[in-house]
Design a protein around this ligand. Structure first.
Ligand SMILES: NC(=O)c1ccc[n+]([C@@H]2O[C@H](COP(=O)([O-])OP(=O)(O)OC[C@H]3O[C@@H](n4cnc5c(N)ncnc54)[C@H](O)[C@@H]3O)[C@@H](O)[C@H]2O)c1
Length: 268
């Protein structure tokens, strides 16, 4: 799919998957508004991408700020072809160890941040009669994730929101997709809130190799071009998801192994 003449807004684009998405869209001829709460890094990222990149400092949890950026975008660009609600943070730990403050922060960024993005652009996309809304969930939004239940809950919310909204939005010419990546090599561990876990030990014991953010971005853009409802990135996510759909009992047994693994790395 060529992005020539198209404009996208990508949240969380100072780093990782968002930054790679912005780069891939610009490489394909598009313009990108990079939005992130990290002022320094979002400006650096946009500067490195050249004149087709615009940087805006935006905390996605601030609905008014999100609307202002979108107002400005429509004023300057005249239209918006796609929004990638990608900004997010991680949380890990057994449910008994995760504080309600962590739950609140997580849902504020991973869920309300996406809702703010949708609210800011959807009426305008309906008015223009086209557009794509691409929300980043996770493989953790498709199957059980013991040791990461809070994160999984926030990402299941995004899958539920996206597949439900997709059916509503079609009538208005708006495509909704949800991205479910597996393990991607980014800086997400830095923003992840770990509760009572031996982080180094846990990281060392991850049995799979991460996919690069660049490859992830490629697969996401391919999925968006194909107007996919659910864009899965990574074989392990496919396997997990198919197993959960075909045999929930088997998937829950596998989840038991994962739970034991997290318990091994729990710090009392
Ligand atoms: N890396 C993975 O393995 C993985 C797997 C599945 C899903 N994801 C999801 O992919 C998305 C991108 O994560 P990543 O791995 O690239 O992480 P990352 O930490 O490299 O990048 C996340 C970016 O989001 C920004 N951000 C965080 N909170 C924000 C806020 N309130 N407002 C604006 N910007 C904010 C950060 O400043 C950062 O630049 C997240 O939603 C994450 O949950 C990541």
């Amino acid at each position: 799919m060529s992005w020539a003449g198209r404009t996208a807004l990508v949240t969380g684009s100072a780093s990782g998957i968002g930054r790679a998405l912005a780069a891939a869209i610009i490489e394909r001829g598009g313009r990108v508004w990079l939005c992130d709460r990290d002022a320094l890094r979002v400006r650096e990222a946009a500067a490195a991408l050249g004149p087709s990149a615009v940087a805006r400092v935006l905390d996605v949890t601030n609905a008014d700020a999100f609307s202002s950026v979108v107002d400005e975008l429509f004023h300057l660009e005249g239209k918006l072809d796609a929004i990638f609600n990608n900004a997010g943070m991680g949380a890990a730990g057994e449910v008994r160890d995760v504080s309600v403050e962590t739950w609140r922060r997580l849902f504020e960024v991973n869920v309300i941040g996406v809702v703010n993005g949708i609210n800011a652009v959807y009426p305008r996309m309906i008015a223009q009669g086209f557009g794509a809304i691409v929300n980043t969930a996770s493989g953790a939004g498709l199957a059980p994730r013991p040791g990461m239940a809070a994160y999984a809950a926030s990402k299941h919310a995004i899958v539920g929101l996206s597949v439900s909204m997709r059916a509503e939005a079609r009538a208005y010419g708006v495509d909704v997709s949800v991205v479910c990546p597996g393990y991607i090599k980014t800086e997400i561990m830095k923003s992840t809130e770990f509760a009572k876990l031996d982080v180094a030990g846990l990281e060392r014991s991850i049995p799979i190799q991460p996919i690069s953010a660049e490859r992830c971005a490629q697969l996401v853009l391919r999925g968006v071009a194909r107007k996919k409802a659910i864009i899965i990135v990574g074989k392990t996510v496919w396997l997990d998801w198919l197993m959960y759909r075909w045999s929930p009992a088997l998937a829950l047994a596998a989840a038991g192994i994962r739970a034991r693994h997290f318990r091994k790395h729990r710090q009392s």
